[in-house]
Write a protein that binds this ligand. Structure first.
Ligand code: PGA
Length: 245
């Protein structure tokens, strides 16, 4: 049985005054689901100190361990600040920062080298879905960016259709189940039996209203939540929905 994981992604939102939101979110850790929040780099240390029971993470790390990469943050530095995990391959970084599958895989490996858990994101654009290519695009991204030796105790996959992120649109539950089945099958091809232990999260416009249906879909092991993770009022009901499944 895979334990559910509900992870927040604050993106480029939040300052120290926002950290109070984490108090009520941290209280949900007792509810039998794993709860995590990827905060901006600037808040990792303060968040990890404030809510030690909550999994605080980064939204990205550089693939190198150290060196001349102005403005970047390494996995070692994120971990030193208190991060326990990092997101890699988010579609906003794939698009904004031209991150390829090869780079995403290198980031996942760097995170693992430095003891961080990983949430590896994949997802198709609307044009790709309309062209009937959603499954082939997503499984190719997974094959290209999953690190060797990926195991369920440190890596989760997040399926996030690009067209569902921040738009209020979501795929149908049937479409989510179908894609998660395809992701699971690709994981099995790539990682054999370990695939049964890797959590596959759904992400894209998850709210309190749709969380139970989406997280309850077959082969869905939790959610990666952007906008609705910014306040406890919106995020706690999503965690509660996952805990009730
Ligand atoms: P959203 O973002 O919940 O605001 O759609 C999800 C994500 O990008 O992880």
């Amino acid at each position: 049985m895979r334990r559910k994981l509900v992870a927040g992604n604050w993106k480029m939102n939040g300052v120290r005054a926002s950290l109070g939101e984490l108090d009520a979110i941290a209280a949900m850790v007792a509810e039998g689901v794993d709860v995590a929040v990827a905060v901006p780099f600037t808040l990792i240390a303060a968040a990890a100190e404030r809510v030690p029971g909550l999994g605080i993470g980064a939204q990205d790390v550089h693939h190198a361990d150290a060196g001349a990469h102005t403005g970047c943050v390494s996995a070692a530095q994120a971990g030193d600040a208190g991060a326990r995990f990092t997101i890699v391959g988010h579609s906003e970084r794939r698009a904004d920062c031209n991150e390829t599958d090869t780079i995403v895989r290198a980031k996942a490996k760097a995170a693992r080298r430095h003891g961080l858990d990983v949430i590896l994101c994949v997802g198709e654009t609307l044009a790709e879905r309309d062209a009937g290519q959603a499954v082939s695009v997503v499984t190719a991204q997974l094959a290209g960016s999953l690190p060797e030796g990926a195991a369920g105790d440190w890596l989760s996959v997040a399926y996030e259709p690009v067209w569902a992120i921040g738009t209020g649109r979501t795929p149908t539950v049937a479409d989510v189940a179908a894609m998660h089945g395809a992701v699971r099958a690709e994981l099995r091809r790539l990682s054999g039996e370990e695939a049964a232990r890797v959590r596959v999260l759904y992400g894209g416009s998850v709210t309190a209203d749709n969380a139970a249906a989406l997280i309850g879909a077959s082969d869905v092991d939790g959610a990666l939540v952007g906008g609705a993770s910014l306040t406890a009022a919106k995020f706690v009901p999503i965690i509660a929905a996952a805990a009730a499944l």
